[in-house]
Ligand binder design. Structure first.
Ligand code: HEC
Length: 63
């Protein structure tokens, strides 16, 4: 009985660890794909483009 309880906890913790990793990676990939549109004006690394668009790196909403 006790072994089943411990195994359940281990599987639960592993499940959380793996699911968060998978989601984090998915978000980066999707974010990069979506940012391609923005990069046309804001530049590949969001550094801005003189006369076209401001840099986005540290200035969003004045933060
Ligand atoms: C057609 C060119 C163009 C594209 C494409 C574009 N932007 Fe911009 N963006 C601008 C310009 C120009 C400004 C400056 C507007 C102003 O100051 O009134 C701006 C301003 C911003 C700002 C405010 C920056 C600041 O410091 O005030 C943010 C945030 C932003 N854009 C995010 C994005 C995101 C995210 C995308 C993609 C979904 C995107 N932009 C796509 C031209 C563009």
């Amino acid at each position: 009985m006790k072994k089943h309880y411990i195994a359940g906890i281990i599987i639960f913790v592993l499940g959380i660890a793996f699911s968060t990793n998978v989601f984090a990676e998915g978000d980066v990939v999707r974010g990069k794909a979506k940012y391609k549109v923005c990069a046309a004006c804001h530049g590949e690394n969001a550094a801005g483009n003189d006369g076209i668009a401001p840099p986005l790196q540290a200035n969003i909403h004045g933060i």
